[in-house]
Design a protein around this ligand. Structure first.
Ligand SMILES: [Zn+2]
Length: 326
């Protein structure tokens, strides 16, 4: 699996370039969703500055690199929310620590994790520190929502925008860090790039119910069951109360048909619906690839119409009829 950092080559190259050319700014603002690798990148940044083999990408093995990775390097400070927010006392404490010289190295790094949780008082207290940093100090602020960062602070930082995690990375994250099953992680990681939303999908009732409705609907469509169209009003719309839910349902459908294609092409390692291979294989028997591709086009068209504010019931019923025509 790609690491989070490998997914952000632009930012990694940028950091390498500013350090090599000695063009470091005083403060950087890392903006991006959870799972995008902001913390890993901050660690890498600090290692690049302090690694005992300067002028190279950090080795990751020397004492400096290892201490930074373990968060116990005396010149790399992490500031994190206590409870819900980063408070003024925490900021004051860190400023006090930074009033002295670097303990061991030429550089000192302050990493403010979830900087968007700073209270206004904490942010104001930090402002002076960002405005007049001591030489050899670099501040890295990590945030999901740039709008929650005080504009006066933002204007003094160089902003680096992180891409959301790829489905593969998000899936691994959900399994390894949040203990989700492979089947569950695989599906939700393809439906959203946001860790928060993915975790929400895993818990929320309508999601599991909608998945059941979607898979049943596809089954009925493939069997040319004339009652399939009634499932829209009787089942789908009872579960998918919001437009976004219907959008997610259409994505579920799309990935199911794509899996049918992958099964036919012998690319089982690519499928999203892990654990449903048997059902997919059975359904795929009676379908040509052209039919599958046409069905996917119909679903994409339904998604476009949904975004163009066509009534969900209308577009879903038409979709069902089209899928039955094949
Ligand atoms: Zn090193």
């Amino acid at each position: 699996m790609e690491t989070a950092i490998e997914q952000q080559p632009r930012i990694r190259n940028f950091i390498e370039a500013v350090i090599t050319k000695n063009r470091l700014a005083h403060a950087y603002l890392f903006i991006g969703p959870r799972g995008a690798g902001k913390r890993e990148m901050a660690t890498l940044f600090a290692q690049r500055l302090l690694c005992s083999q300067p002028d190279h990408p950090p080795c990751g093995r020397c004492l400096e690199c290892r201490r930074i990775a373990r968060h116990n390097h005396p010149d790399v400070h992490w500031l994190r929310p206590e409870g819900q927010s980063i408070k003024i006392d925490q900021v004051r404490q860190i400023q006090k620590a930074f009033a002295y010289r670097a303990q061991e190295t030429a550089w000192r790094v302050l990493i403010i994790d979830q900087a968007d949780t700073m209270t206004p008082q904490a942010a104001n207290s930090l402002l002076k520190f960002v405005e007049e940093p001591q030489p050899g100090t670099v501040i890295l602020m990590l945030a999901e929502d740039r709008e929650l960062i005080l504009p006066t602070i933002r204007s003094r930082c160089q902003e680096l925008v992180f891409q959301p995690p790829s489905p593969g990375h998000l899936k691994a994250l959900l399994i390894e860090q949040y203990g989700k099953s492979e089947a569950e992680a695989s599906l939700v990681a393809h439906l959203t790039a946001d860790v928060e939303e993915a975790l929400n999908f895993c818990q929320i009732e309508w999601f599991a119910e909608l998945k059941r409705v979607v898979l049943q609907l596809i089954e009925d469509c493939l069997r040319q069951d004339p009652r399939a169209v009634y499932q829209i009003q009787d089942a789908w719309l009872k579960v998918a109360k919001e437009k976004e839910h219907t959008d997610t349902g259409l994505d579920m459908m799309l990935f199911w048909y794509r899996d049918l294609l992958y099964i036919q092409l012998g690319m089982e390692d690519q499928i999203v619906y892990i654990g449903q291979e048997e059902r997919l294989r059975k359904q795929g028997l009676s379908l040509s690839r052209v039919k599958i591709a046409t069905a996917m086009e119909h679903i994409l068209e339904a998604k476009r119409r949904l975004h163009a504010h066509v009534h969900p019931q209308l577009l879903l019923e038409q979709l069902v009829l089209r899928l039955q025509e094949g």
